[in-house]
Design a protein around this ligand. Structure first.
Ligand SMILES: Cc1cc2nc3c(=O)[nH]c(=O)nc-3n(C[C@H](O)[C@H](O)[C@H](O)COP(=O)(O)OP(=O)(O)OC[C@H]3O[C@@H](n4cnc5c(N)ncnc54)[C@H](O)[C@@H]3O)c2cc1C
Ligand SMILES: *[C@@H]1O[C@H](CO)[C@@H](O)[C@H](O)[C@H]1NC(C)=O
Length: 418
């Protein structure tokens, strides 16, 4: 039986998932990850009902994630002119009870560890230290070249290499990511005693700052404070010790109520990163190479849908490939050779690849409108949360009070797509 090798560029969050789903179908995926190991940077990720539905397709995986299911979502204002509870939801608990899968808070690094381990268990070849530097498409194949000198030929490739995707550059040319004007400082902290062991996520609104906390373990929360700032890089590296200490002890957030200040003062492993997105792409593929996850549609995090939308991409792509281009009859022939390209060169011509073309086009038809709308809504949500001056903050607080009291409006705005 002919083996159909698939190059998966990036072993972050979505790479291991698409690799495992394709391996289940009989393809031979190979993950190429530039890093030598899973970075410990990052904060918490909330895997919502839609994301969990995808991860359930990988047997045993969810049990290895650790983390903690969310029950409550409280919203507080720490504005001195208008302090107090803006609203409290038990929708996550209800959804968990109704569907068996609500929202699971996990450490980003633990999630990546578990996803990569699941891929390896499924028999996926995982190659660390492989930084893609060029890809070329000809003779019905894709030739991948890596910074370490390695080269691999695959039938098709999936770019899962995140916000600064080199695969995207190779397909569509260089283009800067858009800084949203907002940046975050975040980390982990012991769960405040005032949470009384409740599995509660929290939104806290101040003047010019917003904080979110999510439980990621029995007694640990992940948290992030969003402020408006001149451009900050997106490196996911730990903050230097002096800056971290200044934030923990001297920032206004250190004095916030409702457990927020306690979280800031007791914070561990602080990271500072800018929030970026990109404009909608008209297409996610060229020839035999397609993008998914942040490589295709990076988003600001305010709807918590970055990873969840990436998982949806992976599930649909796997289904569409099974339908249109199943192995081992895959490896459709390519008639026209295309010019080799490097990440900095112009887009390659798009040669006809009927079965892959059908799968990739169907993916785009379903996913581009959905993800583009969510990227826009996430940006708007950031603008709504972080406002400056008392009048604007009072108006924002009132807006949240009304929204949180109106279940239908809330569902329309925040409920994860089914
Ligand atoms: C270290 C790190 C920490 C993060 N922490 C958080 C967080 O705490 N909260 C949050 O909401 N989001 C976080 N994110 C972003 C989040 O993971 C994504 O928004 C989302 O989950 C979609 O995942 P993805 O797999 O598309 O992209 P990513 O998770 O960014 O994964 C991309 C992967 O591709 C690899 N890669 C990049 N270029 C190449 C190349 N040329 N060749 C080979 N491999 C390459 C990267 O090393 C990375 O492993 C983090 C991202 C990173 C990289
Ligand atoms: C991952 O790779 C990037 C780019 O080469 C590098 O900046 C980062 O430090 C690496 N992280 C780890 C943990 O290896």
């Amino acid at each position: 039986m002919a083996q159909v090798k698939v190059g998966i560029i990036g072993g972050g969050i979505v790479g291991p998932v698409i690799a495992t789903l394709l391996k289940q179908q009989g393809y031979e995926p190979i993950i190429f990850e530039r890093n030598d190991s899973v970075p410990e940077g990052g904060i918490g990720i909330g895997i919502q009902t839609n994301g969990l539905a995808v991860l359930q397709r990988i047997p045993g995986l969810i049990d290895t994630l650790g983390g903690r299911y969310l029950d409550y979502f409280n919203f507080y204002s720490v504005l001195p002119e208008d302090p107090g509870l803006l609203g409290a939801l038990d929708a996550p608990k209800k959804r968990r009870e109704a569907t068996g899968a609500g929202t699971l808070g996990v450490r980003r690094s633990a999630l990546q560890h578990a996803l990569v381990a699941a891929a390896a268990r499924a028999g996926v070849d995982v190659r660390w230290g492989h930084h893609l530097t060029a890809l070329a498409q000809y003779n019905g194949e894709v030739v991948l070249t890596f910074a370490n000198g390695a080269r691999e030929t695959v039938a098709f490739a999936v770019g899962c290499d995140g916000l600064h995707s080199d695969t995207r550059k190779a397909l569509f040319g260089e283009e800067r990511a858009d800084y949203t004007g907002l940046c975050q400082i975040g980390g982990y902290a012991p769960m405040p005693a005032s949470f009384e062991g409740k599995s509660m996520a929290m939104n806290v609104f101040g003047d010019g700052a917003h904080m979110i906390t999510v439980p990621v373990g029995a007694d640990t929360v992940g948290w992030a404070v969003t402020t408006r700032e001149a451009e900050a890089k997106e490196t996911w590296r730990a903050m230097d010790a002096a800056a971290a200490d200044a934030f923990k002890n001297n920032s206004p957030m250190a004095q916030w109520g409702y457990g927020a200040g306690e979280i800031v003062r007791n914070a561990q492993t602080l990271t500072k990163y800018g929030l970026y997105d990109r404009p909608e792409l008209p297409t996610w593929h060229a020839g035999r190479v397609v993008l998914i996850g942040d490589a295709a549609h990076p988003t600001s995090p305010h709807l918590g849908q970055g990873a969840n939308q990436a998982f949806e991409d992976a599930a649909l792509l796997a289904d569409l490939l099974a339908q249109h281009n199943p192995p081992p009859t895959a490896s459709p022939s390519l008639s026209t050779p295309s010019t080799p390209s490097s990440p900095s060169s112009a887009p390659p011509p798009n040669p006809p690849t009927p079965t892959l073309e059908a799968a990739f086009a169907a993916l785009e038809g379903a996913r581009i409108p959905r993800t583009a709308a969510l990227v826009k809504k996430a940006r708007e949500q950031g603008e709504t949360r972080v406002v400056h001056g008392v009048p604007a903050c009072l108006a924002r607080n009132q807006w949240y009070r009304e929204l949180l009291g109106d279940e239908a409006a809330l569902r329309a705005r925040f409920a994860p797509p089914a």
